[in-house]
Design a binder for this molecule. Structure first.
Ligand code: NAP
Length: 261
């Protein structure tokens, strides 16, 4: 995607922090933001993976550093945030789904962990870094929610509840900080075929994971979503993309998906 000169990040806003950058959408976003001129900081729990990606970005001429971080660990998040004076962009991407059980039999521990990672993780990073985003004079918070944050489906309630929580966090924060130099952008993807999302959801069961995408000609890719994030972030500062819903053409709603065969 081309980036108009007026949309280039200002020097003071050049650091972009991406959570969940060890795979899928987060990794693709880190690559694309680096390509757009940001100095990216990659975080996730798997140190080896974020370090390898940072090295790959540097080898391609970009600026990148890696920092292992569990977004649910508030003390660790605060320590991480203290390393920065100002930052331009925070992409809250770390998260995911656990299980696909009906409400009647879902595991409360799965529900708790999904809330912790998706909602509290986003809250932790946003609270810790908001002063640094504001200090840049031109900050952007991105929340990667989901179409699950905007409608429910059978077997999805735990994830749907957590993603609705992230959506509400984004909407409320935008109201609360209006007038301050920080944008709040929510990106809500539909079906994205990433290597790990469905595998994590089904505890490593590859057969169940493959069924999610079965017969769908072209689910979104991590790069498709990274493209929308990078586009939204690189609009001129006065343009706030409040909410961007992006789905594959084959998916009309959370429950209406065209499958071949
Ligand atoms: N794939 C889809 O269909 C889809 C659709 C809509 C929205 N989304 C959302 O998009 C985001 C990325 O999804 P994806 O498909 O790219 O999934 P993914 O490949 O499974 O990536 C999830 C990322 O989150 C990180 N993560 C998980 N728990 C964490 C924790 N406690 N602390 C720090 N990092 C943590 C993982 O890294 P480590 O394990 O190394 O920590 C990984 O980098 C998620 O928020 C997901 O809910 C996905």
């Amino acid at each position: 995607m081309s980036t108009a000169p007026s949309a280039q990040p200002a020097a003071a806003s050049r650091i972009a922090i991406v959570t969940g950058a060890s795979s899928g959408i987060g990794a693709a976003t880190a690559r694309q933001l680096a390509g757009a001129g940001y100095r990216v900081v990659l975080t996730a729990r798997r140190k080896d993976r974020v370090e390898a990606l940072a090295e790959e970005i540097r080898a391609a001429g970009g600026q990148a550093t890696a920092y292992p971080l569990d977004v649910t660990d508030r003390a660790a998040v605060d320590e991480f945030a203290s390393a920065f004076r100002t930052i331009g962009v925070l992409v809250n991407n770390a998260g995911g789904a656990l299980g696909a059980d009906p409400v009647a039999s879902g595991d409360p521990d799965d529900w708790r962990r999904m809330y912790e990672t998706n909602v509290i993780g986003t809250l932790n990073l946003t609270q810790a870094l908001l002063p640094k985003l504001e200090a840049s004079g031109d900050g952007t918070v991105v929340v990667v929610s989901s179409t699950a944050g905007h409608g429910t489906y059978e077997g999805g309630a735990g994830y749907v509840a957590a993603k609705h929580g992230e959506h509400v966090l984004a909407e409320t924060l935008r109201l609360e900080i209006v007038g301050r130099p920080v944008r709040v952008i929510e990106i809500a993807p539909g079906m994205v075929k990433t290597e790990e999302f469905a595998l994590t959801r089904f505890s490593g069961d590859a057969e169940k994971a493959a069924k999610v995408y079965q017969g769908v000609a072209e689910p979104l890719t991590a790069d498709d979503v990274a493209d929308t994030i990078t586009w939204a972030v690189t609009r001129p500062s006065h343009v706030n993309i409040d909410l961007l819903v992006v789905r594959p053409r084959a998916q009309a709603s959370n429950t209406k998906v065209h499958r071949e065969g």
